[in-house]
Design a protein. Structure first.
Length: 213
């Protein structure tokens, strides 16, 4: 009788424990419930330490971000240098404002196994698993984490970590094949906002040097 009582008590205590955060479930919910979003971001890019350097070199920037599935997104970098990246569903445009130079490539040749594909292209986990190995990572900094490793190891991208606060994407942590790390932190996240019809339209400015790749 005593053994049964102890077993019942242990099971009851276990059942009353809060559910462990599951990053994959957070990602799945994000993909299902956020067909579009708008946010502000800060980005810190850290380069590997070179011989003779006391600490890694860092570059800071900030701007605005918007996406709409299945294939449109836009980054407007505001500081320290203005730069615009637009995916319009067919082409990917990159405009360096200071140089007034525009680079354009076919979007299908660029996205593939990229962080942008996770956020703005894939409709569900099954689609993502075609390009990435996915796993939940331990909860940290109050966020639920997912680690995504590209199945096609071309050296450009090593892994991506996504941190979620509920269904909101809070952090995108990217490590490339050369050991460079880029961390984007999102703020003022708006899920499924009303978007203008020209939000993802890009026309090269007058006099811009347009490079097609």
């Amino acid at each position: 009788m005593r053994i049964r009582t102890l077993l019942f008590t242990a099971l009851l205590c276990w059942a009353m424990l809060p559910a462990r955060a599951d990053g994959l479930k957070a990602l799945e919910t994000f993909l299902r419930e956020s067909s579009a979003a708008r946010a502000e971001f800060t980005q810190v890019v850290t380069s590997p330490t070179r011989a003779g350097e006391a600490k890694p070199r860092q570059r800071n920037s900030n701007g605005r971000f918007v996406f709409q599935r299945p294939d449109r997104f836009r980054f407007d970098y505001l500081k320290p240098f203005e730069q615009v990246i637009v995916a319009d569903g067919r082409q990917l445009w990159l405009h360096d404002v200071d140089l007034n130079q525009v680079t354009v490539r076919a979007q299908k040749d660029v996205l593939g196994s990229t962080p942008a594909a996770i956020i703005a292209a894939a409709p569900d986990l099954a689609a993502l698993r075609g390009s990435f190995e996915l796993r939940s990572a331990p909860e940290a900094d109050g966020l639920q984490w997912v680690e995504a490793v590209p199945k096609q190891r071309d050296g450009q991208l090593r892994k991506v970590r996504l941190g979620f606060a509920g269904t909101q994407l809070s952090v995108l942590d990217i490590e490339d094949g050369l050991g460079q790390r880029s961390v984007l932190r999102f703020a003022n996240w708006q899920a499924n906002p009303a978007l203008r019809s020209d939000e993802f339209r890009f026309e090269p400015p007058a006099g811009a040097d347009v490079i097609r790749q």
